[in-house]
Design a protein around this ligand. Structure first.
Ligand code: NDP
Length: 248
């Protein structure tokens, strides 16, 4: 199915590597102008370069998504430059796993700040012009951990579950302006984030996935591209799991 995008501009956080990069490249290949955001200049820079080299249009912006004032400043600059950001993909995320009794307050706060508070900062910075234009997409990358819970991930699961509640509430607030807000919940996807999972842990996980394998970043990018397209006009407030059947 070919997807329709009408001269759209997208901002993808965490676009330097993994799932975010696959999303940025997929949107870029569909003619969307992409603003690639990540923490380090080199990673978002190489994502933007790859999109431009493939004939798309992209720029790179390095910012810490947890830094509210920095995100507000960047949002203002981008709105001045582009007039409007049509598609916001909140994908940047980190894990700092530990059992609760061993988790430090810093590991709790870092994960909530990077994975959840960042979503608040970017939506505050970019969503108002979408409502004026009467068209917009906010797509939040949550996780099956936010749906099922996962031992060792109280911080991460709390942030990801928070994103789902945020998604539903914002969808209700913005629906009358034709701005849709959805979430995508990946299962186990092969990226740098999951490269740190031990062989032994993977041996326990894989049997619980009906498709018996990990997913690829492109599997998530395909769902995000669909939700960002014109074809998804009537979908809002939903969370779509892309997990090889793990949570059915
Ligand atoms: P990666 O670790 O491969 O990439 C994370 C990206 O996020 C990087 O580009 C990184 O920037 C960026 N990032 C992290 N922290 C910040 C920050 N403070 N400010 C700006 N950018 C930041 O992760 P994945 O691709 O695996 O994960 C992407 C999203 O998908 C995350 O939200 C994750 O929770 C979620 N997810 C992933 C799953 C998986 O199995 N991989 C499963 C379920 C959900 P830089 O490149 O500069 O370091």
């Amino acid at each position: 199915m070919s997807l329709t995008f009408d001269n759209r501009v997208a901002l993808v956080t965490g676009a330097g590597r993994g799932i975010g990069r696959a999303i940025a490249e997929k949107l870029g290949a569909n003619g969307v102008t992409v603003i690639c955001v990540s923490r380090s200049e080199s990673s978002c820079g190489s994502a933007a370069e790859a999109i431009n080299a493939a004939g798309g249009k992209a720029i790179a912006c390095a910012v810490d998504v947890a830094d509210g004032p920095a995100v507000a400043k960047l949002s203002e600059e981008l709105i001045t430059e582009f007039g409007n950001i049509d598609i916001l993909v909140n994908n940047a995320g980190i894990t700092k796993d530990n059992l609760l009794f061993r988790m430090t307050e810093e590991d709790w706060t870092d994960v909530i700040d990077t994975n959840l508070n960042s979503v608040f900062h970017f939506v505050k910075g970019l969503a108002r012009p979408m409502t004026r234009k009467r068209w917009g997409r906010v797509i939040n990358i949550t996780s099956v951990s936010g749906i099922m819970g996962n031992a060792g991930q109280t911080n991460y699961a709390a942030a990801k579950a928070g994103m789902i509640g945020f998604t539903k509430s914002l969808a209700k607030e913005l629906a009358s302006r034709s701005v849709t807000v959805n979430a995508v919940a990946p299962g186990f996807i092969e990226t740098d984030m999951t490269a740190k999972i031990s062989e032994a842990a993977l041996d326990m996980v894989l049997p619980q996935i009906p498709l018996k394998r990990m997913g690829q970043a492109a599997d998530i990018a395909n769902m995000v591209a669909y939700l960002a397209s014109e074809e998804a006009n009537y979908i809002t407030g939903q969370t779509f799991t892309v997990d090889g059947g793990m949570t059915m």
